[in-house]
Write a protein that binds this ligand. Structure first.
Ligand code: TXA
Ligand code: MG
Length: 324
């Protein structure tokens, strides 16, 4: 059975109009946010959202983030405690997702929550994402636009490589500015808990909210084997962390002004040692090295300072290196 023709749409009014027309027909459109590309469908349409799970090969128990154009729209979907409203006002639009009990009359298809009583909601900052949401005039459910368990896409080409023939189109807005997924913040007894480190740093959250409890992380794109150490964001090649130099035959992913260590295949996340630049390059560099290695062998990765955005970078690297 052949899937839909996947159309590349330009970042223009025409491209947005075409995307909206496809979404209104229950289609699936990938679109750029400032974090990564999301695979969007009408969050009110059970059948359209079911298509997302199918296209990604995503386990049906893994809930989706719903994207809306402004905080007012988000406040109508979830019941946030005071600190949640403060975080929304400080960081939206931006790379923050808030998880809270869904409102009774939210009108969101239950499949988005995958059985949870809570809903994850985000207001993205990328102008193209906001223009699409405004033109569509409703909520878009959107997980990262990759096959389940793979590295998140930070360009339209990445989306095309994995989802051509499985989705209706990609709105091409170039490279994502942040390059790592959103920070996910939940609440327990009104207190904030960090469910996934991401584009908003823990320091920034704690400066606003006081202590934020780190409760491990949500299982992202986990395979269906309970109790297993799950691998996520995984390239085909193995990943070796905190490497001081590559071993014979390994590809090298450097950080800071370290030499290329003699590896034939090497890239640097940020020669200047900028964590912002490293975050923006991380997924594209992992993909590029994986392609050069033909999905085999090992990528050795230099140590990344565990501060600021480094928390989220190291979280993604640890998942990429987890046993499969
Ligand atoms: O930056 C991002 O967050 C991107 C862009 C497209 O917005 N989206 C993204 O979606 O990374 P996804 O589906 O790849 O990751 C969302 C994570 C998953 O780990 C999922 O389990 C978790 O959010 N999640 C969604 N709803 C949840 C809920 N109600 N409670 C706890 N975790 C939830
Ligand atoms: Mg994902």
């Amino acid at each position: 059975m052949s899937g839909p023709n996947t159309i590349r749409l330009s970042a223009t009014d025409r491209g947005i109009r075409a995307a909206v027309a496809l979404l209104r027909r229950g289609g699936m459109i990938a679109f750029p946010t400032e974090t990564v590309y999301g695979l969007g469908a009408d969050a009110r349409d059970e059948r359209a959202v079911a298509g997302i799970y199918r296209a990604k090969g995503r386990p049906s128990r893994n809930p989706l983030i719903v994207h809306v154009a402004d905080a007012a729209a988000a406040f109508a979907l979830i019941d946030l405690p005071e600190k949640g409203i403060a975080a929304a006002e400080a960081f939206w639009p931006g790379p923050l997702t808030l998880v809270a009990p869904v409102c009774k009359d939210a009108g969101i298809a239950p499949i988005c929550r995958a059985g949870a009583a809570t809903l994850a909601v985000r207001v993205p900052a990328a102008p193209l994402a906001l223009n699409l949401l405004r033109a569509f005039g409703g909520p878009l459910a959107a997980p990262s636009a990759n096959l389940s368990g793979h590295v998140s896409p930070t360009s339209a080409d990445h989306v095309m490589e994995e989802l051509t023939g499985r989705i209706d189109g990609v709105l091409d807005g170039g490279d994502c500015a942040v390059g790592l997924e959103s920070t996910i913040l939940g609440f327990e007894d009104g207190g904030p808990v960090l469910l996934r480190p991401g584009g908003v740093t823990l320091d920034a959250l704690e400066a606003l909210l006081g202590p934020v409890k780190a409760v491990g992380v949500v299982e992202d794109e986990a395979p269906n084997a309970p109790g297993q150490m799950t691998s996520h964001y995984a390239p085909g090649a193995m990943v070796r962390l905190d490497a001081l130099e590559p071993r014979l035959g390994e590809a090298w992913l450097g950080f800071g002004p370290n030499p290329e260590r003699g590896s034939a295949i090497s890239l640097n996340l940020s020669p200047d040692g900028s964590l912002d630049v490293a975050a923006a390059n991380l997924f594209a560099h992992l993909r590029a090295l994986d392609t050069l290695l033909d999905g085999k062998g090992t990528i050795a990765v230099a140590p990344i300072p565990n501060e600021g955005l480094g928390h989220a970078i190291n979280d993604r690297l640890a998942r990429a290196a987890a046993p499969r």
